[in-house]
Write a new protein. Structure first.
Ligand code: ZN
Length: 153
C-alpha cells in the first residue's frame, strides 16, 4: 500500500507543478470562484457546456500543490461528461476526501481521482482538495455568467 501512496503523492506533485488546463476560457458559459482562507488557495473555474455535456474546462488560481492538482485533475476528468455524471463524480469525490469511501471497487470508479484518498488523514487538506469541487457545484448550478463567490464553509 505504501508504493501506492508514493505513486499518489507523485501524481499530486506532478499536477501541482505542471497543472493541466491552466487557462481562462474566453467563451465559458459557467464560471465560479473559490477561496480557502485556511491555506490561501484561490481558484477560478471555467466551463463550457453544450447539450448538457461539459465540452471544455480550465482554471486560474494560485494555491498549494493539493488545491492546484485537484483543479488540474478536475478539468481533465469532467470534459466529455454529462452534467449529471459530473455531479455524481463530485459526490463521490466528497466521499473520498472525507474518508467515507474506502473500499477498492468504489475507489476504482474514481479513476485517477483516487490519488486524493490520502487527504482524509489531513483534515486541513480536505478543504484544499475540495475547493475546486465546490466551485464546480456553484458553476454548474447557478445562473450562467453570474460567477458567484464560493463559500468554503
Ligand atoms: Zn491548500
Amino acid at each position: 500500500m505504501s508504493d501506492l501512496r508514493e505513486l499518489y503523492q507523485e501524481m499530486i506533485l506532478d499536477h501541482g507543478r505542471a497543472p493541466r488546463n491552466l487557462r481562462a476560457i474566453e467563451d465559458a458559459d459557467h464560471t465560479a470562484e473559490g477561496f480557502n482562507p485556511l491555506c490561501g488557495d484561490r481558484v477560478k473555474l471555467y466551463l463550457r457546456v453544450a447539450g448538457g455535456v461539459v465540452v471544455d474546462a480550465g482554471f486560474e488560481g494560485s494555491g498549494c500543490a493539493i488545491s492546484t492538482a485537484s483543479a488540474s485533475m478536475l478539468t481533465e476528468v469532467v470534459v466529455g461528461k454529462r452534467v449529471e455524471e459530473v455531479d455524481e463524480l463530485r459526490r463521490r469525490f466528497r466521499g473520498l476526501v472525507t474518508g467515507e469511501v474506502r473500499d477498492a471497487s468504489r475507489l476504482e470508479e474514481l479513476g485517477k481521482l483516487a490519488v486524493f484518498s490520502g487527504v482524509c488523514a489531513f483534515p486541513n487538506r480536505i478543504k484544499c482538495a475540495s475547493l475546486v469541487w465546490h466551485a464546480l457545484e456553484s458553476a454548474l448550478h447557478s445562473e450562467a455568467g453570474a460567477a458567484p463567490a464560493v463559500s468554503t464553509e
